[in-house]
Design a protein around this ligand. Sequence first.
Ligand SMILES: [Zn+2]
Length: 453
Amino acid sequence: MSSLAKNRQMTLAAWRKLNPGATGSDIKEFKLAFGKVENTGLPDGVQALVPKPEDISILDPGTLNYQDAQMITTTQPSWLDADGQLTNKDGTECYISGAMKRKIVAAGLIPPVPVPSKTIYRISSSPNKGLCMFAKTDIPAGELIVAERPLVIFPGRIMTERRDEIPEHLTFQQMQQVMLNDAEILYTRVVDRLDPQRKAAFMKLANSHLHDGSGPIVGRVRTNGFGRLTDPGSIGEYTIIGDNLSRMNHSCSPNVHCDFDMHTFSLTARAVREIKKGEEITVHYCHILEPAETRQESLAPYGFKCECKACLDPRSSDLVRAKCAAYTSRANSEGLWYFDESIPKAPSFASLLAALRVFTEEGLEVCDAYGYVLYQLLKAYLATNDFENVKIYLDKYRAWAQATGNEETATKKVIHAWNLGRMVLQLRVLGLAVVLAAKRMPKKTGAAKKTAK
Ligand SMILES: [Zn+2]
């Protein structure tokens, strides 16, 4: 596959010879170009896509008898208006699979989009950055900042409804142009279904794909999409585009967590740490634990160079982030760490507090491992009867869980940690701590013996 990414002038036929076992999905994975691309029109001999009439518009929000992978254009979700009437007015225009539509409809009647307690942000322009979002007031961790119904939802990868095979003599760059042209036609008919106000909002969004063959609709989708919705069939992940939420710029130390809440069918952004009045509200567009150089490569298609503190001083920041990534691996290697039932008999407060300091100083509270460290501290303080610190870390952990959509799990965990802490105290009183310590010793297993042979 590497030759495919590097040599866009290779034809599909030549590539198939080099990769005899390759499948269609290998081809789909090749990265779209960005920046300045020459010859962006349709290749000679390839006609513009004409969507089949039956695909153009399926208006009935209740129709469900589609094949799983059949792509449909539909307005979602439906909800009850103030008069008790079923409506999907100002809903999200979606280009989704039949399986995805069934999943949305199966979620039932959607409650209203949550409303933040007050407007706590403003959108204004900033030199060299275009429109940005700023805090109008101090915002505590966990607070809901934005919640909005998405404007549009599209598949995360560019798709075509071209029934005929794309000619094998085309180069990958030409095939890419065919795909981008097709997608522009398909996506335009979805955006055209938005009411004028919402369509105008979509067209006002930034577009960093002006010269790479992306049309005005596909360019905006590529620039503003959030990937937080997975197809139950074979499409993979969808990209979701909001209005105000799209004004959030990137930072490698973001202060909000964005999510798509299927329950209310809304895009939400919550503070992962306290945000001061006047501070810019930021989200991350790339994997923030990777080294600065990798992050810049991932951000290049967005048409800017990140100049956050971490990117300006990568030598020290990369080391810190590698440490945080190790914590994340540890949290992940413990499986569902949020159900971790181990008892912190002799908790290492120093190492946990040091880990916490690394995350907060680098501004990485959005990471799962930050929540992991908070939970371990909460358990440790509970087990040592230190209720002053229990209160502090309970508040921090709750705010983190609220911001990152882990609230339900966190509640169960806090109850579990409370019971666990009480149990540890009682066992200590009974002098049974030694029994617990023995239980926590690594066990020899049959698998380990086999390996030794
Ligand atoms: Zn950065």
